[in-house]
Design a binder for this molecule. Structure first.
Ligand code: NAP
Length: 291
């Protein structure tokens, strides 16, 4: 019987994948990698096997990966250190005899250092290359931006202020919910034919913030305007609101990436893997802002 280990299992995405798999598979086939077992109590209560490990600790990964056939490898959240962490994961998977690694990578157009999100890109690009060179079977999921990030990008008060303020110009992104990405993972981990494949996990249609403003206006009956400031004006506004410099840098980088079309690619891979349409932008906005 295939044993599947989910990393990042106490995070939003990994937890959803574990829960979806636990609903449809025998308990004994699902394990969760966690670095803090206290956070894993809810998963343990569902009968999921908990294995302790940290991307920073190679030996812990080697122990945790023993007897695992498929590894769902959730990219780390520590941008400054995750390149080395990911190298640990790929090497430990190989040494432990894992058969197949399914990796949560990212969408992009520009793979060079001039990418507005180059610091985020580095670990993903290297991890993809390491996986391909490792001899392990791999599946690369090129995730678009989470729709779940939109409320954070747009600000909690968007309906009250009536303004979406983002330096993203007319750039479009084909965003998906994190839940749909978790469903994609569960489908891939429980079916065959995905070895040494790369999928564009994006929506079938891309939208700009101008489109989002128009949809929000229609859904809520409140006029919402999109304003695309210069990066300088945007950074100054965030700084005056007390946002830390690092967070401002990330916000500017992602807005610029949207502007340059880094997340604009549309694809039907998601729909094909799911066997149904993913949640649309309009339905997501309805759930969050108009229900
Ligand atoms: P999340 O809730 O922050 O989850 C990240 C998970 O990775 C957590 O379970 C965390 O463990 C685990 N982790 C971090 N460092 C680790 C380490 N050194 N060793 C072992 N585990 C470690 O993020 P998410 O929303 O589930 O998203 C999953 C990943 O997608 C993120 O980590 C990030 O790489 C990427 N991401 C993508 C988008 C997008 O729009 N496509 C947006 C945000 C993030 P703890 O629970 O112990 O902290």
């Amino acid at each position: 019987m295939n044993k599947i280990l989910i990393t990042g299992a106490t995070g939003y995405l990994g937890k959803e994948v574990v829960e979806l798999l636990a609903e449809q598979s025998a308990e004994s086939t699902i394990a969760a990698l966690v670095r803090n077992p206290d956070k894993a109590e809810p998963l343990k209560a569902k009968g999921v096997e908990i294995r302790e490990g940290d991307y920073d600790n190679y030996d812990s990964l080697l122990r945790a990966f023993k007897g695992i056939d498929k590894l769902y490898f959730v990219s780390g959240s520590d941008i400054a250190h995750r390149t080395r962490q990911h190298e640990n994961v790929v090497n430990a998977a190989k040494e432990a005899g894992v058969h197949h690694v399914v990796y949560t990578s990212f969408q992009r157009k520009n793979e060079t250092a001039s990418s507005p999100i180059a610091p985020v890109a580095e670990a993903h690009l290297k991890t993809e290359a390491w996986l391909k060179a490792s001899g392990l079977a791999y599946t690369i999921l090129k995730h678009t931006l989470y729709l779940d990030m939109l409320p954070m990008f747009m600000g909690e008060q968007v309906l009250e202020s009536g303004v979406i303020y983002q330096p993203a110009g007319d750039g479009k992104a084909a965003m998906l919910t994190r839940h749909d990405m978790a469903e994609v993972a569960a489908a891939i981990l429980t079916s065959e034919g995905h070895e040494n494949k790369e999928y564009d996990i994006t929506a079938g249609q891309a939208y700009s913030y101008g489109d989002i403003a128009a949809i929000l206006s229609e859904l809520t009956g409140k006029p919402i305007q999109y304003v695309s400031p210069s990066q300088e004006a945007f950074s100054k506004t965030l700084s005056e609101q007390g946002v830390p410099a690092e967070a401002i840098g990330m916000s500017v980088g992602f807005a610029e990436a949207i502007k340059q079309g880094e997340f604009g690619k549309t694809s039907h891979d998601t729909e094909t893997i799911l066997g149904h349409q993913p949640t649309s932008l309009s339905d997501y906005l309805k759930q969050i802002y108009a229900s």
